[in-house]
Design a protein around this ligand. Structure first.
Ligand code: 5BU
Length: 250
């Protein structure tokens, strides 16, 4: 018999990291494995979207540096309120890729002061294990493999990256397009029900495909939801498909 995937309850028992526990608890409570990527350039759109899809998601993924009108008081305070109101985590997709000292500065200083508000942050592991020590009081989602055509995250890179990911205490999970060991939460972007690519290198699969084939824990959906005519309805569709595929795989 084929080995079944672990349930979110089972993962909750084996995980050590507090932010891993949090996202698993939200998944169980909401019966959702959906992360919405909110790639907006205005605060108003970002906040509207967060309020609409908030009840259906486990986390909202941001690229805070693409906002034209970022303001700590006008953007982050209401965003934190919405995260509390709807019980989702804030995941900043910063993709750090530098030495530890620089990442420490980028994490806590400058315009965005990410460490003040992000629950999860994404980081490459290209700077080596020690470069990740600076990310305290947040959970790292480490990038193992990218979804884009021609990515350099080949099997050798991923093999070496996985050694870092498996052994670093600040890491809660990784972004990848393949299976990973059970103790690492798997986040998979490049998920869309309507199209197989965006003409700019992005490659898409369905929620069912990634959950059944890679044992993905959390699907990350951007344009599939925020470009839809009715984003809430579309979020519900991805949520339902994602949860159904998870239950089928148990
Ligand atoms: P899309 O609109 O669903 O294509 O958006 C995908 C989001 O996930 C977008 O914010 C990307 O920056 C992010 N992403 C990705 O698409 N692929 C990757 O490998 C990584 C991040 Br890492």
């Amino acid at each position: 018999q084929e080995k079944k995937r672990l349930s979110y309850e089972q993962k909750l028992e084996i995980t050590e990291h507090s932010f891993a526990k949090k996202i698993l608890e939200i998944a169980i409570e909401k019966r959702s494995n959906l992360i919405a990527s909110a790639d907006f350039i205005t605060t108003q759109e970002l906040l509207n979207f967060a309020d609409i899809v908030g009840p259906h998601i486990v986390a909202l993924k941001t690229h805070i540096d693409i906002l034209n009108d970022f303001d700590a008081d006008e953007t982050i305070l209401p965003l934190k309120d919405l995260a509390a109101k709807h019980n989702f985590l804030l995941m900043e997709d910063r993709k750090f890729a530098d030495i530890g000292n620089t990442q420490e500065l980028q994490f806590s200083y400058g315009t965005f002061k990410i460490s003040n508000w992000a629950d999860l942050i994404t980081s490459h592991v290209i700077g080596g294990s020690k470069s990740l020590d600076c990310f305290v009081n947040a959970g790292i989602v480490a990038i193992l493999g990218m979804s884009s055509e021609g990515t350099l995250t080949d099997s050798h890179y991923r093999e070496e990256a996985l050694k870092i990911i498996e052994n670093h205490p600040n890491i809660v999970g990784c972004v990848a397009q393949n299976k990973v060991p059970d103790n690492i939460l798997l986040f998979t972007p490049g998920v869309n029900l309507g199209t197989s690519g965006d003409g700019k290198g992005q490659q898409y699969n369905s929620p069912e495909h990634v959950i059944k084939n890679y044992n993905t824990d959390f699907i990350i959906v951007g344009r599939g939801i925020y470009k839809a005519d009715d984003p809430e309805l579309e979020a519900l569709r991805y949520k339902t498909e994602g949860w159904q595929a998870y239950q089928d795989a148990l």
